[in-house]
Design a protein around this ligand. Structure first.
Ligand SMILES: [Zn+2]
Length: 609
């Protein structure tokens, strides 16, 4: 995080007139000594948002938003404070000092800049290929068939990757990018990454070739609109090739943390306080170009927790409308996405698509109005889930109904907001014709056999294990889905240097599978004697029935504890009278962002599940 000295902040504020800056986003109307507009931070019909040019501040008397030019840009663009300051510094041509960068950080920053400009130039290169080259006729025909003409292709910088092997190598040579930079960008595949590493800095001699060949290319942007990766769609009906190929993880691109289209749709999402989620890039482009702008697509099939957290920043207390295909895969994606979104306390609705249609085909066949009507008629996620259950024949039996209630209870327990959870629960109980009390019982005691907690202390060995860590260890040992999910989380980072969670880290590091004796051996070879006893005890226990819910909730609890510990440490540092102003600013900012994360976190007590 860059430290910006207070005097530089003053300079940035002085050089950016607040009326000019805000007036660049939307029109301001003069009203005596002030300027007025409809507030961009809340819904209103008469303007209560005012800008004071003399004091260089803004204030909304409707929602209370207010601040200086930097905080406006921060809130309006959903940036953090240093990013907003940097943006305004650039606008005014102020150079930010970068005094204390270590050589490694400086090298990283240079590489990052190089990769960003490489991506921007390659996006233009692919786009040029699509527009001009005879070889791209097949791609132009394909897009035309999907209703994407030249204007739309230009608006989204859609491109075509030539069907060769070395167009990126040629591009790099012609535009001054090194082999090392091309490899780091993920735009080329290497024969053997390890071999290249052994040969030292990979020169032009090492073997690499284009990752994207003969595909329609969609640039993937971060939410400021910079190209950070690509998604390439196959053109020929080739059974062997994957339909979509995405850039690998790079310094710029982390999978599961980018929402396609967000840079274009964020304003509309904030204004409507609602986001429509569709499956793929083409769906998104068709919907957006049909005039429905508050739309995004996850990169992949379902929402990740990270994406849900990002979206929450823009949707706030609004809703997310899932618009997936009507097939089984689409329904599964909807279920998994809903779980991630519910944990962020977002209201989730589901659009019912006609059999065999996706948003793209619906809009092209019946027009945008038909799609908008479908979206308006989207049902609450739980109603949709109940409707699906009710249609199954087994629902007619008492056992089937109880089963359905249990499944629903599992999803409802993901909602951490108590008021919202209760409202959803009452509605669901009514529709399933069971009493709310019965439903509460299902929420709290999902185990059908034993009403009480399994006795942990008896076989816990000499060290007592924290309950939350114990639950996570238990599901990680017994449940493949939960283990896979945990392994995909940044567990090494979260569990590092924490003796309390050491045993869990060992279990995850061993990638233990109960049916595989080698992995069991690998695990036990890393354990201390008392840990051995503990793991054996956990293995002898019955698996938890709702492992994924337990895993989510317990994981959140560990994250919450870590944040709280960090906040305590910051509080202690803030008492230090010798604090430099920039340290103070940075600590205060960190506290703010930690608080924000805490607010957005599900607060379920995992041991009560
Ligand atoms: Zn307002």
């Amino acid at each position: 995080m860059a430290f910006i000295p207070p005097e530089t902040l003053d300079q940035i504020i002085a050089a950016n007139d607040i009326v000019d800056v805000i007036g660049g986003y939307f029109p301001l109307r003069r009203a005596g000594p002030l300027f007025k507009a409809l507030c961009p931070f809340h819904q209103e019909r008469t303007p209560s948002f005012s800008v004071n040019p003399r004091l260089q501040i803004f204030k909304c008397f409707g929602c209370g938003a207010g601040g200086n030019v930097i905080s406006f840009v921060r809130d309006y663009e959903n940036l953090d404070f240093p990013e907003a300051a940097k943006k305004l510094a650039e606008r005014a041509g102020i150079k930010l000092e970068q005094g204390e960068l270590s050589p490694e950080d400086a090298a990283r920053q240079t590489m990052r800049r190089r990769l960003l400009s490489l991506h921007a130039e390659v996006a233009d290169f692919f786009h040029h290929q699509l527009l001009r080259k005879p070889a791209a006729q097949i791609a132009r025909d394909y897009l035309k068939g999907r209703g994407i003409g030249i204007d739309i292709a230009k608006a989204w910088t859609i491109g075509y990757a030539p069907d060769g092997w070395d167009s990126m190598r040629e591009f790099g040579r012609a535009n001054g990018y090194s082999a090392e930079e091309l490899v780091a960008s993920g735009l080329v595949s290497t024969r053997d990454e390890q071999e290249d590493a052994q040969q030292g800095a990979s020169g032009w001699n090492s073997r690499f070739w284009d990752k994207f060949r003969g595909r329609v290319m969609f640039p993937i942007c971060n939410d400021s609109g910079q190209v950070i990766a690509f998604s390439g769609r196959v053109l020929e009906a080739d059974a062997k090739a994957a339909k979509y190929v995405n850039s690998p993880e790079t310094m710029l691109f982390t999978k599961g943390s980018v929402l396609f289209g967000l840079h274009k749709s964020k304003r509309a999402i904030i204004e409507k306080s609602a986001a429509i989620v569709c499956e793929g890039q083409l769906d998104l482009i068709t919907i957006f170009e049909a005039g429905v702008h508050n739309v995004i697509a996850p990169q992949g099939t379902a929402f990740t927790d990270k994406q849900a957290r990002i979206l929450r920043r823009f949707v706030q207390d609004g809703e997310v409308i899932l618009c997936f295909d009507a097939d089984t895969a689409g329904q599964k994606a909807a279920d998994r996405s809903a779980a991630a979104l519910l944990m962020e306390n977002l209201v989730v609705r589901v659009v019912g698509m006609p059999e065999g249609e996706d948003p793209d085909s619906l809009i092209r066949g019946q027009g945008a109005a038909a799609f908008i009507e479908r979206v308006a008629g989207a049902r609450d996620f739980f109603d949709y889930q109940i409707d699906t259950m009710v249609r199954r024949p087994e629902f007619a039996t008492p056992g089937g109904r109880k089963q359905a209630a249990r499944k629903l209870a599992e999803t409802i327990s993901l909602i951490s907001d108590a008021v919202l959870r209760e409202a959803v629960m009452n509605n669901a109980a009514g529709r399933l014709e069971i009493s709310p009390q019965e439903f509460v019982r299902l929420l709290k005691a999902p185990s059908p056999r034993k009403g009480s907690d399994p006795a942990p202390q008896a076989d816990a060995g000499p060290i007592t294990l924290d309950q939350t860590v114990r639950l996570l260890a238990l599901v990680a040992l017994h449940n493949t889905e939960a283990r896979t999910w945990l392994l995909a989380e940044p567990w090494q980072e979260l569990l590092r240097n924490d003796p309390e969670t050491a045993i869990l880290a060992k279990i995850l590091a061993a990638d233990f599978h109960p049916e595989d004796p080698t992995s069991s051996h690998a695990l036990f070879s890393t354990l201390e004697p008392e840990e051995e006893a503990m793991v054996s005890g956990l293995l002898a226990e019955k698996p938890r029935p709702n492992a994924m819910v337990v895993a989510h909730a317990s994981w959140c609890e560990l994250e919450r504890r870590k944040i709280l510990r960090r906040m305590e440490a910051i509080m202690a540092s803030l008492k230090n009278p010798g604090l430099e102003p920039e340290e103070l600013l940075s600590l205060q900012e960190e506290t703010m962002s930690l608080k924000e994360r805490l607010l957005g976190m599900a607060a379920i007590n995992p041991t009560a599940l």
